[in-house]
Ligand binder design. Structure first.
Ligand SMILES: [Zn+2]
Length: 469
């Protein structure tokens, strides 16, 4: 009896702590989704300095900040920082050996190279934590008949939303929308702009994804979801600019024995800015402030030009969705990427992504009437998922760094014959006659497809066994 009381008191204390934590996150969400300006000052990295000082991402109590590491580290992804493997302590005894093994070997890697880093024992998996030190390891115990714990994460899967509301099928679901790329004056720098011929209006992916995302917010909120946009204008979320990455770029090119010139440095710094630093800034928003149940990454695709100097419009358009997985040999060898991969596995992210992406793909294929895109059968960076022609696992920065289920939408070709015309026409309400067909705007069609897929997924819960196990 006495023991029971202690247990009760303990759970009360835990409940109070959780409640305080929830309140804290509610309060922090009311702050605008921006990064503190003060970090800019700390970002100045003097690359003539050979000191050992290392700048890392710090988790400050009130505001999280993002910093640029002083030096490139060959054992980490670009701009990566050393992970804290002890974060996996929360996942001891949460997953069976069979499930871990299946996800690691069939979804998250494409080949045998995982064997260099993971060794399976009867009751645990031993993970090498440091590429630079063979002896350092982390042991993760599998759940068994005696000990089984629930994994912890800030996101909730579909099955957690038990209450179904007739008019608000997405009630209580916290969704973050990531309008892919930056757009606007950055479209050319980030190579997400298509210009058919001199003088033709440019098609900028970052502008179009923001149009879709803005329309989606209203639509999903009408259905009960609470929705946050990762950006609301065609400007970077990242507080840094290309020049801020010059020191890190120099360190990287030096360590890789690459050609070091003004031009190569500038190019490397620009890439680090828009391709990497930008996503890292968004990841900070997702993981520290918004903590959503899922992130929708909105994109438009483009096809390879036979002759880039003389761009043409392509006939065959397609659609596919990307989930996290298919880490390459080099990516698994990075300590931070290997850590995130394990975190994805033990959090059960894949199972949630598969369920959602399946429903989303059915809906998109029906609305947009686009055939599936096919990666090469021997691809080392893409794995087909759940025998669904539209679903592909790839290790992209956003779906790796956002610590929750993430689905990428990759429909329409910016240089596709049909879509190009629709993109030029822009957004409109109702139907118009375009390319011999009566149809909604390409943006409205996108929004309808995404919305229907989400509603289908969240209203059909419990009726099907989630695949991917
Ligand atoms: Zn894109």
């Amino acid at each position: 009896m006495a023991r029971k009381n202690i247990a009760l008191e303990t759970s009360l204390v835990v409940a109070v702590v959780i409640a305080a934590f929830v309140m804290q996150s509610v309060i922090s969400q009311t702050q605008p989704p921006s990064l503190p300006d003060s970090v800019k000052e700390e970002a100045v990295v003097d690359f003539t300095d050979d000191g050992e000082e290392e700048v890392v991402v710090s988790e400050v109590e009130e505001e999280s900040s993002i910093l640029i590491p002083a030096k490139y580290d060959v054992n980490l992804a670009d701009l990566g920082v050393e992970p804290n493997w002890l974060e996996l302590d929360d996942y001891q005894y949460t997953m069976s050996k069979e499930e871990f093994q299946h996800l690691l070997t069939k979804v998250f890697t494409v080949g045998d190279y995982w064997e260099k880093w993971f060794s399976f024992e009867e009751e645990q998996v031993v993970i090498r934590t440091h590429a630079a030190d063979e002896d350092r390891e982390y042991r993760l115990a599998f759940k068994n008949d005696v000990v089984e714990k629930q994994p912890s994460s800030y996101w909730k899967g579909r099955d957690s939303f038990i209450e179904m509301n007739e008019s608000s099928p997405l009630l209580g679901i916290k969704i973050a929308i990531d309008p892919g790329h930056i757009g606007g004056s950055y479209a050319q720098l980030e190579e997400r702009q298509f210009v058919l011929a001199e003088g033709a209006p440019p098609i900028q992916e970052g502008n179009m994804t923001l149009t879709v995302a803005s329309l989606l917010v209203e639509q999903l909120e009408n259905l009960g979801a609470s929705v946050t946009l990762l950006r609301v204008k065609n400007e970077p979320v990242n507080p840094f600019r290309p020049d801020d990455y010059l020191g890190y770029a120099k360190s990287k090119l030096e360590q890789k024995n690459a050609v070091l010139s003004g031009a190569t440095l500038e190019r490397e710094a620009a890439k680090l800015f828009y391709r990497n630093g930008e996503i890292r800034a968004r990841a900070l928003l997702v993981n520290e402030k918004i903590k959503p149940d899922l992130v929708l990454c909105i994109h438009f695709n483009a096809g390879a030009q036979p002759d880039p100097e003389n761009p043409i419009l392509l006939e065959d358009e397609h659609f596919h969705m990307i989930l996290n997985g298919a880490y390459t040999e080099g990516e698994v060898a990075h300590d931070d990427e290997r850590f995130k991969m394990v975190l994805k596995i033990v959090q059960g992210v894949h199972q949630e992504e598969v369920g959602l992406a399946k429903a989303a793909a059915v809906s998109f294929a029906a609305e947009a009437e686009l055939p599936p895109y096919q990666y090469s059968a021997n691809s080392s960076r893409a794995v087909n998922v759940a025998d669904n022609p539209y679903l592909w696992a790839r290790n992209l920065l956003a779906n790796r760094l956002y610590d929750c289920p993430v689905v990428f939408y990759e429909p329409y070709l910016m240089n596709g014959k049909d879509s190009y015309t629709r993109m030029q026409v822009g957004d409109y309400s109702g139907l118009r006659y375009i390319n011999q067909r009566l149809r909604p705007s390409i943006y409205q069609e996108y929004v309808t497809a995404v919305t229907k897929g989400l509603v289908d997924y969240y209203t059909s819960k419990g009726s099907e066994e989630l695949e991917g196990k």
